[in-house]
Design a protein around this ligand. Sequence first.
Ligand code: NI
Length: 237
Amino acid sequence: MLRTIRILAVLLAVLLGGVWAYAWVTRAPGEGLGEAFAARLGQIFGGQMPVPGAGGVQLPQGMALGGAFSLVDQARQPVTEKDYAGRWMLIYFGYSYCPDVCPTELGTMAAALDAMGKAGEAVTPVFITIDPQRDTPAALADYVSRFHPRLQGLTGTPEQIAEVARRYRVYYARAQRPDMTDYLMDHSSFIYLVGPDARVRSLFRPELRPEDIAATIAAQMGVRLGGPVPVGAGGPG
Ligand code: NI
């Protein structure tokens, strides 16, 4: 994970440095370097959308995350973003063999939805695997049931997974450790709040508290959370 963060930081620095240089060279007479930089970033990431509200991470100006996907759910049914149209989603990308980060973040997602009480029912939690080779629909059905009764597990062909990862700018790569027979996956770890229009509204970095995530989701949805949910209300356990 640390290695992944370091690689990502270097890649980001190189990318932003390149855009800065490009903005320096191509800026119009009288255009400030800062303005030119923001404009070029917008061009590169496509679109001129306003910056979405971000709970924890500010998206660069003009960066549009999310959009169309074509995958298969844990019941082997094909699904696309249209199946979730008009609904809110909380999406996490990971893999079921993950020894640490994925279970923690999926637990956080479930706790955040539970913390929202009744309002949380309007949000569909979704786990998209970046390890389709091992995460078959059957494997995902077993895995997602451990975290939340409504958690959807999505997989697909390697090409379909690569496409959805590209749209959400998810980094993932196979990693083999000499002392292990099974391979691991390096991957970025953010929880995505997706609005009814299939666009990302907020990104949650790892290790946020479920209550803070719940509060940001409620603010984005424009709903007020009630008081604490009474013990024993709704659902088993
Ligand atoms: Ni993981």
